[in-house]
Design a binder for this molecule. Structure first.
Ligand SMILES: Cc1ncc(COP(=O)(O)O)c(C=O)c1O
Length: 420
């Protein structure tokens, strides 16, 4: 009876894994969660935000404007600043104007709306294998098929992308392929960063298949972790390749680098996708909360953002080191993992014969001993073209307290030593 009352979309939407992982963390105070994508609590910019909000909410026109509705696309000054920031990172003008920028309620809203703007049920989105598991939930609830493309520490495996596209062409399904979704900076879940050349090679290939597809095939570049770099140099975004300007959908966020609780994200989008996104956002909320936009705008204008970012980069470098030292000390040498250069995650793969999924001994014993990680299996698309891998762990140093990181890793290590 209840099922009949619900829409097809609601029926296709099981409880997202992110909800139960977060709930588990909140319900069990003794649990050391190396799972949640929470950012570091201690360094959240509470004092800075209080000062800014005090300033923004002074009596008068400015305070009133901050508590009033704004426009669907977002505050023009924040859009301008946002574009300038990305252009600075990309080493010069991208040829975009601030009219091409949309401010959204977190980049999550942008990803959701973009998917609705481009895809119908039965369509196909190419995803990195593995990928951001919350995005897989968006695809599933819309009845959109995800097709995995092998990911390497340097970026997408271009030969595999070619194989996948050729296979879809042979099956007459190319017309259903709408975009390739990538998290090219300190990827969630692997922590790997794609080389610029891999992104342009992917765009080149997608373009080659557009004629057979009968429509453009976009690259959605989700740069959520781009600014959380604590080693090495930034890699330019695909926006920096003028040849592909009309095919790149750039998703960014101020959540991770400033305050996850503020949830201010943004998109830089070509037409006609930008207008479609704006219209759908108009139906969703006709504009991101103005007060939060003013918070971010003032943080950027007063350099509080920059100062805070430098501080959290140092902090994550330290937390990452705490984690990697503990891994070196406690994990068996047969576990494969890499040192992260940014972001919040270490991706570890256990040897053949051991599994890491929700039902595995490793995961269950971990819970009994109050340590939680994200089972890698959640990050792979339900892709009939291959068997879902079940040997990976996403371990986060973002939210856990400094003192808990080595303790959690030591617990995992002692379980692993008995299993491998
Ligand atoms: C890869 C990726 N994209 C997007 C988001 C959404 O972030 P927000 O909506 O806070 O900008 C997240 C959050 O964890 C993420 O990991």
């Amino acid at each position: 009876m209840r099922t009949k009352a619900l829409s097809a979309l609601a029926r296709r939407s099981p409880e997202p894994a992110i909800s139960w992982l977060m709930q588990l963390t909140l319900d069990r105070p003794k649990l050391i969660s190396l799972a949640a994508g929470f950012t570091d609590n201690e360094s959240l910019p509470v004092a800075e935000a209080a000062e800014i909000l005090h300033d923004v909410l002074k009596p008068g026109r400015r305070g009133q404007a901050a508590l009033q509705y704004g426009s669907t696309a977002g505050d023009p000054r924040l859009r301008e600043r946002t574009l300038k920031r990305i252009e600075k990172l990309d080493g010069g003008s991208t040829g975009y104007s601030s009219d091409d920028v949309i401010i959204t309620h977190g980049s999550q809203q942008l990803l959701y709306i973009l998917t609705e703007a481009l895809c119908d049920p039965g369509d196909i989105v190419l995803v990195e294998d593995p990928t951001y598991f919350v995005y897989l939930g968006i695809l599933q609830s819309h009845g959109i098929r995800a097709r995995g493309v092998r990911l390497t520490p340097e970026g997408l495996d271009i030969e595999d992308l070619a194989r996948v596209l050729e296979d879809l062409k042979r099956k007459g399904e190319l017309g259903r392929v709408k975009m390739l979704y990538q998290v090219p900076y300190f990827q969630n879940p692997t922590g790997w960063t794609s080389q610029f050349e891999r992104k342009t090679a992917a765009l080149e290939l997608l373009r080659k298949y557009e004629r057979a597809a009968g429509h453009p095939i976009y690259l959605l570049e989700d740069a959520a972790y781009r600014e959380l770099r604590f080693a090495g140099d930034d890699v330019a975004s695909a926006l920096a390749a003028p040849k592909f300007r009309a095919r790149v959908l750039y998703a960014g966020t101020y959540s991770k680098p400033f305050a996850t609780g503020a949830r201010v994200g943004f998109g830089i989008l070509p037409e006609p996708v930008r207008t479609a996104e704006l219209r759908i956002k108009g139906n969703h909320d006709f504009g991101t909360a103005n007060l939060l936009q003013q918070l971010l705008l003032r943080a950027l204008e007063t350099c509080k953002y920059e100062t805070h970012l430098a501080e959290i980069q140092r902090r994550y470098r330290r937390k990452a080191r705490l984690m990697t030292r503990a891994i070196e000390a406690h994990f068996p040498s047969s576990i494969v993992w890499m040192h992260p250069a940014g972001g919040l995650y270490v991706w570890a793969t256990v040897p053949q014969g051991v599994t890491s999924g929700v039902k595995s001994k490793l995961f269950r014993t971990g819970l009994e001993r109050d340590v939680l990680y994200v089972p890698g299996e959640l990050c792979y698309a339900d892709d009939p073209a291959r068997r879902k891998p079940n040997r990976d762990l996403r371990i986060s140093f973002g939210g856990a307290a400094d003192a808990d990181i080595p303790v959690g890793i030591a617990r995992l290590g002692s379980i692993l030593r008995k299993l491998v």
